[in-house]
Design a protein around this ligand. Structure first.
Ligand code: PGA
Ligand code: ZN
Length: 412
């Protein structure tokens, strides 16, 4: 059984250039687990807080004063690592130590343990042998909180090569669509500079409908039929538009407002017109009933909760009871520790809610979430298409194909 022999935290930067925390855990003096915490721009109300008072330095101070508590623990025993963090910070949102520390310490521990045991991380995280590769789901066009003025109000238009039989093909198709879309945007947006949003999707000056139309055209130009070889998805990130005061969704950039009923109509039209396979946060984060209407209306579409469930097991139970979604985003740093996130995954499976393991818009070049996506039997891995910190996760998926322990692609 490996033992933690050292642990160290440091401050460095994520892909947006914002300060974050990285943790090194070494087991048996030789096996390094290193994890850098990501962060979001469209953050759910009930997520774990990243840092106490939004200050990464305070997280580092809190970690440094508790380092000794981790020495000698078995890094493969995720529960004991989690419990040790919980003894330091028992607040529901990790407000004392910061969710980023809970994230980095728990993942660095299992990363170090996997190395000490000489097995891939995903094998350490699950005993299940019936594993499949998740489909890469990638951002091809970005707006909302991820891109500047003039871009679409909706946050992300996504591509998924759902007809692909191999990881390599699925990744290549996503690259091809992303590239083709650039050519189309150069013709259709005179001000287009090849600029990209935080997650690598193009950021043109277009309204929502035009952005969707051109994304569909990119697929068709390559000879694909929407809903067959490829499908589009949308992360509406609707809490960004929701005005609690007006009780309306305010689409500032395009200049219209939707009542909750009109929002359901707006989303439904987009799902039907573009044959979406995936619709995330189509209504705001507390609109469980409206989400339930969409879930019953579109049983074949992944009606997905991100800000709605924030990788929180108790909120997921409520969503399951109300049939508010048939799929949920799993972002480890929303729940805090990896242990919390794996408990969330168990609850999702119990309720037949499909999982989509996801990156954040502010990322590191780490690729642990690729293993977490496989171990949690996620249907999709939402990690972007281009950008070093996005491609790192896709490349890890390709490395994992060498293990021969996974039996083909997931079924969506
Ligand atoms: P975030 O966005 O990481 O900026 O919160 C990603 C998403 O909403 O899926
Ligand atoms: Zn989202």
């Amino acid at each position: 059984m490996p033992k933690i022999t050292s642990i160290k935290g440091r401050l460095l930067y994520n892909s947006r250039g914002s300060k974050t925390i990285e943790v090194d855990i070494v087991s048996d003096k030789s096996h390094l687990g290193r994890v850098c915490a990501p962060s979001g721009a469209s953050v759910g109300k009930y997520e774990a807080v990243s840092f106490p008072d939004n200050n990464p330095e305070k997280s580092l101070v809190a970690l440094n004063s508790n380092l000794k508590k981790f020495i000698g623990l078995d890094p493969s025993n995720l529960k004991s690592i989690h419990d040790t963090i919980r003894k330091i910070d028992s607040s529901t949102s990790y407000s004392k130590i910061g969710g980023s520390v809970a994230f980095a310490v728990t993942i660095a521990a299992v990363d170090s343990a996997a190395k000490a045991l000489g097995i891939p991380l995903f094998k350490l995280l699950t005993k299940d042998t019936d594993l499949r590769f998740p489909f890469p789901l990638g951002n091809i066009l970005g707006g909302g909180a991820h891109a500047g003025p003039g871009t679409p109000d909706i946050q992300e238009i996504l591509i998924c090569a759902k007809g692909s039989k191999t990881v390599n093909d699925a990744i290549e198709v996503n690259f091809a669509v992303h590239k083709e879309l650039r050519k189309i945007l150069q013709k259709n947006d005179p001000g287009f500079t090849n600029g990209r949003g935080d997650e690598g999707g193009w950021a043109p000056k277009l309204d929502n409908q035009k952005a969707l139309e051109l994304s569909a055209k990119a697929c068709e130009n390559l000879g694909y039929t929407l809903g067959k070889e490829v499908s589009l998805g949308v992360d509406f990130a609707s809490s960004t538009q929701w005005s609690e005061k007006k009780k309306k969704y305010v689409y500032d950039r395009e200049g219209f407002e939707n009542t909750p009923e009109e929002q359901i109509e707006f989303v439904s039209e987009i799902i039907k017109k573009y044959k979406l396979v995936y619709a995330e946060d189509a209504v705001h984060e507390e609109a469980f009933e409206e989400m339930a209407i969409l879930t019953s209306k579109f049983p074949k579409v992944l009606i997905t909760g991100d800000d709605l469930v924030v990788t929180n097991t108790e909120i997921l139970k409520k969503a399951a009871k109300l049939k508010a979604c048939n799929a949920a985003i799993l972002k480890v740093n929303q729940s805090g520790s990896l242990y919390d996130a794996l408990e969330f995954a168990k609850e999702a499976h119990k309720n037949k809610i499909r999982l989509i393991t996801s990156h954040r818009s502010g990322e590191a070049i780490d690729s642990h979430i690729t293993h977490i996506g496989i171990a949690t039997k996620s249907k999709m891995l939402k990690v972007g298409v281009v950008g070093g910190e996005r491609v790192a996760k896709l490349n890890e998926l390709l490395r994992i194909t060498e293990y021969d322990l996974i039996h083909g692609m997931a079924e969506i």
